[in-house]
Design a protein around this ligand. Sequence first.
Ligand code: UTP
Length: 297
Amino acid sequence: MQQKVTKAIFPVAGMGTRFLPATKAVPKEVMTLVDRPLIQYAIDEARAAGITEFIFVTSRGKGALEDYFDHAPQLEHELRKKGKTELLETLKSTNMESGAIAYIRQHQPLGLGHAVWCARRLIGEEPFAVILPDDVIAAKKPCLQQMMEAYNETGGSMVAAMEVEPSRTSSYGILDTSKEDGNLVKLKGMVEKPAPEDAPSNLAVIGRYILTPTVLQNLNALEPGAGGEIQLTDAIAQEIRESRDVYGCRFRGERFDCGSKAGFLQATLAFGLAREDLRDDLGAYLHSITQVDKAAQ
Ligand code: UTP
């Protein structure tokens, strides 16, 4: 039996330049898919996987994130007065138990590895999860829960893995695999953003991780890697070089890259169409515009 994973790091200190000008004033993580911000999807997934301590690595200008998880006494009072119990219920998922949430500042955007390292004192000597809220995964069983079940069998470190177009490897951390067992692959290496001709496979890391505390020690000593940033991939690859087990978990589910505009729009449509109250109107609208498109061709 592995040590239970109860802590998750949410690195949200990036600048979100792909969504400028919006992200000048609005953190990317509070942008909404239908009516829930990206961060809510990440928190719900963490809770489903048994996480009870939530560590946000933030940066300047992310105050809206902190407000989102705070109580809103005035709003709650007004809703109660008007008998809007359903809306009050909706707000409950945004409430956090006192002390369950911590915020750490990353003072400079030195990369994902550096953001995770900033939380090292809150993690201590325990295994921990990392969730990137930009990667939204629609799945019957939430992705981190799938990974947690696999981790309970294997121990070691684990990353979520998904096949990508071979031409797109330079946008991802790419896995070098040795042994396959069901949905798990044992890794013999990892490379950050390789050109297609240098990529060991087309199996890419997606933003979910379960990591052992030695990864934080590896980060202590790392120098900036690809793109001048301190890469989490490099610290995990060091685990493999030092003969500690690292696995890729081919999760079941659909991943949306909500860090990109196209991915965000696709997720908006997918989550909108999945909602009973929106499906008919949205579906009819999509049908009508695709018909117009066809007619124009
Ligand atoms: P991205 O590579 O998507 O960067 O980060 P970004 O700044 O968020 O967005 P763009 O590329 O400028 O549009 C992946 C994840 O790592 C976090 C981000 O917040 C995001 O969750 N991150 C990245 C940090 O927390 N700190 C960093 O220094 C870099």
